[in-house]
Write a protein that binds this ligand. Structure first.
Ligand code: ATP
Ligand code: MG
Length: 327
């Protein structure tokens, strides 16, 4: 994992501008960077890229998952401790932050950081000094902190769980990773990329996605984002023997969710009859009917309602019920 040159695959405008931002941030003197993104969008990858593109590249990149280490251990893991600082501290131990001197520290799931550690981190950011647990004298250190979170931190701030001053400090340089479903055709580019990767790894010659599979990929919401796509493809490499990836290779869960959300694109012909239980199938059909009427009416609710023989209010109600509109 750590030794290959990380590559951000994709050509969507949001990814192209992200690439530019990564370069800029990497070369900047910024001591903190915050990365936002849903699970599996590539936060770890981007953090590594920032490190690799920076003048710190030859030094350590330390990867710490704040949610994975119990708070009681995290302080001495991060900051180290002096001999005798607590029972069992028989020797001085250097913390991960000191080990990353002149390099980068990646704090994944930063919102899980305990309030006392938030305070200690903020002071380190302000002074570039910290104290090992049990130390009298401060230690100087030069590191860049790259923090990541999959939830908007502001709600943790208003809930009193995340220090507001630390939040603003981290927020100075923030990068947003779009969800996979917001990246247009990139899902197909990424699929090709992972297929060539696994062709080499598993000594296979899969040529690509069947057109129907590509259609499903474009319509599916990918809640687990790029990681979900990669894991799905690897599973198919392991379980299937065809040289092209067919819709029948996909889990039912994905097919069902695509059918349930099926809103045909303008170029489509008659809607295929949806499968599934009666309620799901009926709703899928209603969605198609409403989506077409709205499209024909250029999104004008009143015109679409008249066409459908509904009141505007009833149409709005149906749209909310079927998930075609937000309250
Ligand atoms: N644009 C991309 N190009 C190539 N590989 C990618 C891309 N985005 C993500 N990946 C790969 O997908 C996997 C998931 O990415 P990563 O672990 O960085 O996501 P994450 O946002 O950190 O997820 P989590 O929030 O669950 O920790 C990794 O194997 C990563 O290398
Ligand atoms: Mg991650």
């Amino acid at each position: 994992m750590a030794d290959y040159k990380s590559e951000l695959v994709g050509t969507h405008a949001s990814i192209n501008s992200l690439r530019g931002l990564i370069e800029k941030v990497a070369r900047s003197p910024a001591r903190t960077v915050l990365i936002y993104g849903e699970t599996g969008t590539g936060k770890g990858l981007v953090a590594r890229m920032i490190h690799q593109a920076s003048s710190r590249a030859a030094r350590e990149f330390v990867d710490i998952n704040c949610a994975a280490i119990p708070a009681s251990l995290l302080e001495s893991e991060l900051f180290g401790h002096e001999r005798g600082a607590f029972t069992g501290a028989v020797e001085r131990k250097l913390g991960l932050i000191e080990a990353a001197n002149q390099g980068s520290v990646f704090l994944d799931e930063i919102r899980e950081l305990d309030p006392p550690l938030q305070t200690k981190l903020l002071s380190l950011l302000d002074t570039q000094q910290f104290r090992r647990v049990g130390a009298v004298k401060p230690t100087k250190v030069d590191v860049r902190f790259i923090a990541a979170t999959n939830k908007v931190l502001l709600s943790e701030v208003s809930a009193g769980k995340f220090r507001e001053d630390l939040y603003y400090r981290l927020q100075v340089v923030a990068l947003n990773l779009p969800a996979l479903r917001e990246r247009g055709d990139d899902v197909l580019t990424l699929a090709r990329y992972f297929i060539s990767k696994y062709n080499v790894m598993y000594k296979r010659a899969i040529t690509g996605l069947a057109p129907e599979t590509a259609e499903v990929f474009l319509r599916y919401a990918w809640p687990g984002n790029v990681r979900e796509l990669e894991n799905l493809l690897e599973r198919i490499f392991i379980l299937e023997e065809d040289d092209v990836i067919l819709p029948s290779h996909l889990p039912d869960r994905i097919l069902r969710s695509v059918i349930a959300g099926a809103v045909p694109r303008p170029a489509d012909g008659a809607p295929a009859l949806p499968e599934g239980n009666f309620r799901e199938a009926t709703e899928a059909f209603q969605r198609v009917v409403l989506a077409r009427a709205l499209e024909a009416a250029d999104g004008n609710l009143q015109t679409a309602a008249t066409r459908l023989g509904l009141s505007r209010h009833a149409l709005r109600h149906q749209m909310l019920k079927l998930g075609l509109a937000k309250a």
